[in-house]
Design a protein around this ligand. Structure first.
Ligand code: 9MG
Length: 262
């Protein structure tokens, strides 16, 4: 999954793709580099980020989705927590909802039920403005797994088909660096839920903490994280650097496919 942030303040790409032409060119590059899905977001979810109004978010993402529907033959995911943005994005051509709040905002669950598209339910403790203050867990892996299991059950009960649900532990969303590493080490635990797992670690601060690198110098760390995630059972990785990650994952997949034959 290639990331297309159309926010003026994205932490990892400095908002370089906020203009329509720049966004389209970048999405085309992600597609050429081997992305299987393009994830478009108009609200920054980085720690401390301010809220964005519904109309601002719509103004940012809808023209981009409309433009990409014409020029790119890939599924488009809308990264949003707002029901209206979900509905308008799907009407414009998106076929997946990536919700960092796991459809817990007002009307979001009903919107997703009605739209009948794939949904990614992500775990977050707290909210972006304050989530890194002092995250607490009894056991981060078991707590995150329990939350995602409960959310998935609620979504299925509300009418979302099980086959349309993807889960995501939400690296960096209300987790210390140590908790992120522990979660990655124990990622296989999420497979007990029997749902596809999506992981987003690309350029995140835990990689900065581990490597001592600034955000624009975290490519090797991001590739390592994507490979570890896939080796530990992730089916989808959400990344900025698609070409390099796809190459690395071709190597990982070759190794994994031998393991599966035995
Ligand atoms: C929008 N966004 C930022 N980080 C993310 C992550 O780790 N997972 C998902 N699903 N979305 C994310």
């Amino acid at each position: 999954m290639g990331i297309l942030n159309v926010t003026p303040d994205s932490f990892s790409d400095g908002g370089r793709f906020a203009g329509l032409d720049a966004a389209r060119r970048h999405a085309e590059q992600l597609a050429e580099d081997g992305a299987a899905i393009i994830d478009i977001g108009g609200e920054s979810t980085r720690p401390g980020a301010a809220d964005v109004s519904e109309s601002q978010e719509l103004d940012r993402v809808i023209p981009v989705i409309e433009a990409l529907r014409e020029s790119i033959d890939l599924p488009i995911s809308i990264d949003t927590s707002k029901a209206t943005v979900m509905r308008e994005a799907v009407a414009a051509g998106a076929t997946m909802i990536n919700d960092v709040l796991a459809l817990q905002e007002a009307d979001a669950l009903q919107a997703a039920v009605g739209l009948g598209v794939t949904v990614c339910l992500m775990h977050m403790q707290g909210r972006p403005r304050t989530m890194q203050a002092d995250p607490q867990y009894d056991d981060v892996t078991l707590d995150v797994t329990a939350f995602l299991g409960d959310r998935a059950a609620e979504c299925i009960e509300a009418g979302i088909a099980r086959e349309l649900i993807i889960i995501d532990p939400g690296f960096g969303f209300g987790k210390t660096h140590a908790q992120n590493v522990e979660l990655l080490a124990n990622l296989r635990q999420l497979q007990t839920l029997g749902l596809p797992v999506l992981v987003g670690l690309s350029r995140k601060s835990t990689l900065g903490e581990l490597t001592g690198r600034d955000v624009d110098d975290r490519l090797p760390g991001s590739i390592a994280a994507a490979v570890v995630a896939v080796m530990h059972g992730a089916q989808i990785v959400r990344v900025h650097d698609v070409r390099e990650t796809v190459d690395a994952l071709k190597v990982a997949s070759a190794v994994l496919s031998i393991g599966k034959k035995k």
